[in-house]
Design a protein around this ligand. Structure first.
Ligand SMILES: Nc1ncnc2c1ncn2[C@@H]1O[C@H](COP(=O)(O)OP(=O)(O)O)[C@@H](O)[C@H]1O
Ligand SMILES: [Mg+2]
Length: 364
């Protein structure tokens, strides 16, 4: 029987959030002989059990009523705002079979992983933001990061650097405005951060403080690694690829959406650390990602893919910065690794088909 895969994502007045990727996903589906269409919560007609499904058409999209999908991949980037109110009822109800389980916000994920003795060593110290925690953390770490629990693309992140008695702030607002400031004491720092959290928060999200890592592998630039781990067509975890991201000069983040550029991991790390240490670093990144996904599935059930943001500090030590359940994979396209990019796009589809096959075995 022919299978039908629905891709659930947000579509607002300006269209889909990540149209280039969605376009490629539908095209790869077609090439695999599978029907794939994209839809948003407002396209679901529960009464007649049909979906207004989208597919690429010329430079844009066309839509038509489609049959119900056998399985749905959830690529919706939800955060608690009015425009997303239709998402949760769809995600939490039993309307669809989902290929990927839901995940938690990054602070909760960090708290869960901290309890795993094998993973603890990779995790920077992380605490909720409060005046007291700030006072405590600035004493112990020369730099700190303040981050919102539901952030993406480096938005609303502040780096706090202690220079003698003073504090240097560097960050980017949710509207991409650059923020640089010097504060002369801890009281004004604390007030400024409180103000920042109130202005920058989306819905009722909270902010947390994290030990800041020295990721300046190039002068005045934040550099980190993105590693993509995905389930394959047999349901096994596989390392799809890894690349480095280099932030703009003096930026506190490396995100490609915040102006970062991509570089190949092997070449970059061996230039910086020499071949032997570079190999060891890459090996550690891969091992820790595979170990982490195993632990994550114990908490969240079967997952489909993760993009790991990994810090490699100037000493060559590896850290887990963030684990993204709905990761971008553009880094491979930007690196010109086109086969890898194709694999990164296809694997979720192959895994979704694998789940359907398993369902049919169970029901026979
Ligand atoms: N603790 C930290 N130390 C040093 N750099 C950090 C730290 N946390 C985040 N960064 C930098 O900021 C970027 C964005 O942070 P991240 O937690 O991944 O949030 P987002 O969801 O916005 O991508 C990271 O990729 C890294 O370059
Ligand atoms: Mg990130």
């Amino acid at each position: 029987m022919d299978k039908r895969i629905g891709i659930l994502t947000y579509r607002g007045d300006k269209g889909f959030g990540d149209p280039a990727y969605l376009r490629r996903l539908v095209e790869e589906g077609m090439a695999m002989g599978v029907e794939v269409y994209v839809f948003s919560p407002q396209d679901v007609d529960v009464v007649f059990r049909q979906i207004k499904g989208y597919e690429p058409f010329g430079a844009g999209w066309k839509c038509k009523w489609r049959e119900w999908p056998d399985i749905v991949i959830d690529y919706y980037r939800y955060y608690p705002l009015e425009k997303h109110r239709q998402y949760l009822p769809i995600r939490q109800g039993s309307l669809f079979r989902f290929a990927n389980n839901r995940f938690a916000n990054k602070f909760l994920v960090h708290q869960l992983l901290e309890q795993e003795p094998e993973l603890n060593q990779w995790l920077p110290e992380t605490v909720p933001f409060s005046k007291r925690n700030l006072g405590d953390m600035v004493k112990r770490h020369p730099r700190l990061y303040l981050k919102p629990t539901n952030g993406t693309g480096g938005r609303s992140i502040l780096r706090i650097e202690r220079k003698g008695e003073r504090f240097l702030l560097c960050g980017r607002t949710k509207k991409q405005g650059q923020k640089n400031e010097i504060l002369s004491n801890i009281t004004s720092l604390s007030q400024r951060i409180k103000q920042w959290t109130e202005r920058e928060k989306r819905g009722d999200e909270m902010f947390f403080l994290q030990q800041g890592l020295d990721l300046n592998l190039l002068d005045d630039r934040t550099v980190d690694a993105r590693l993509l781990v995905q389930k394959d067509g047999q349901g096994k975890w596989r390392l799809t690829g890894m690349g480095m991201r280099v932030g703009p000069v003096n930026s506190s983040t490396s995100n490609l959406h915040g102006g970062g550029t991509a570089l190949p991991a092997g070449r970059f790390l061996s230039n910086r650390f020499g071949l032997d240490l570079a190999e060891l670093i890459i090996y550690q990144c891969e091992e820790l990602a595979l170990l982490t996904v195993e632990k994550l599935e114990e908490h969240f059930g079967q997952m489909m893919e993760f993009g790991f943001d990994l810090g490699i500090d100037t000493e060559g030590r590896v850290w887990i910065i963030e684990i993204n359940p709905k990761p971008g994979r553009d880094i491979f396209r930007k690196l010109g690794q086109l086969e890898r990019y194709q694999q990164a796009v296809r694997r979720p589809l192959e895994y979704a088909l694998h789940l359907l096959e398993q369902d049919s075995v169970v029901s026979q």
